[in-house]
Ligand binder design. Structure first.
Ligand SMILES: C[S@@+](CC[C@H](N)C(=O)[O-])C[C@H]1O[C@@H](n2cnc3c(N)ncnc32)[C@H](O)[C@@H]1O
Length: 252
């Protein structure tokens, strides 16, 4: 695709066709490019939450916050801890809401990350389990921590290969409460495949492929972003790393 921008003429030209620079179409093209270029530039690696690095786009963090406020979960299960910023983020939201716990799973919890999370005030709402998120003993430990009546939300942010996400969905989707959500992160891999920091194989080997196969077999889930509680935008698209990522378990 060839894009040129003429700020004097206030136009964005896509493959020879001119659009008003301030139109929805132009914004969508610019936003898409911003997300893709930002992936290569590691834009999402520049933020922290209450002292811990978090590898998320701030836009996505706000959408997750909206979902947590809407669902008011008793339990969030997150695969992929890394530095712990996302665990602390969810735990701190639960602290403000006044209830809830987070279980974080990671195949490799580095000693310095574990120490920092364990020293954090929000650790009181966090349980960490080390091991592959799809290992039978890890899945069993998670199940044992769920209390009767818990409203459960699931966030997948570990290994984002198609097969691993498919295995995580198979292991944990049944734990998600009707009306609550699964967020399968980093569908952006499909958008950026073939660019720097993104092998061409990601065009197929990505979380979106796993999500679509899952949905074809599970009519009790649907693609549904949590509704925006506030939206006076002029119909702006999301700037997100998680396209085709929000799955709602249909209310019973
Ligand atoms: C993208 S990082 C997580 C980022 C974190 N959720 C955040 O928002 O800051 C991915 C993490 O998944 C972990 N991981 C990779 N394969 C895994 C597996 N099979 N099971 C559990 N965790 C895994 C890695 O060790 C890494 O810490």
């Amino acid at each position: 695709m060839k894009i040129s921008i003429d700020t004097d003429a206030s136009s964005l030209i896509i493959d020879g066709a001119a659009h008003d620079l301030h139109s929805r179409e132009a914004f969508a093209v610019i936003a898409d490019l911003w997300v893709k270029t930002g992936w290569v530039r590691k834009y999402s690696y520049g933020f922290s939450w209450l002292g811990r690095p978090i590898i998320q786009l701030p836009d996505d963090m706000l959408r997750i916050q909206e979902a947590i406020w809407q669902v008011q979960p008793d339990l969030i299960i997150e695969t992929g801890i890394a530095h712990g910023g996302s665990l602390i983020f969810y735990a701190s939201l639960m602290e403000m809401i006044g209830k809830g716990r987070v279980i974080g799973l990671d195949i490799d919890i580095r000693a310095h990350n574990r120490a920092a999370i364990e020293a954090h005030a929000m650790v009181k709402r966090i349980t960490m389990i080390e091991g592959s998120s799809v290992a039978a003993d890890v899945v069993a430990q998670v199940k044992a921590l769920i209390r009767p009546g818990d409203v459960v939300m699931l966030i997948l942010d570990s290994n984002h290969s198609r097969d691993h996400v498919a295995a995580e969905l198979a292991a944990y989707a049944d734990l998600v409460t009707p009306g609550s959500y699964i967020l399968s992160q980093d569908g952006v891999m499909q958008m950026v495949a073939g660019s720097p920091r993104a092998p061409a194989e990601w065009a197929d080997d990505n979380p979106i492929t796993a999500v679509r196969a899952f949905l074809a077999a599970r009519p009790d889930f649907e693609l549904a972003k949590p509704p925006r509680p506030f939206d006076e935008t002029l119909d702006t698209p999301d700037c997100s790393h998680h396209p085709v990522g929000w799955l709602r378990r249909k209310p019973a």
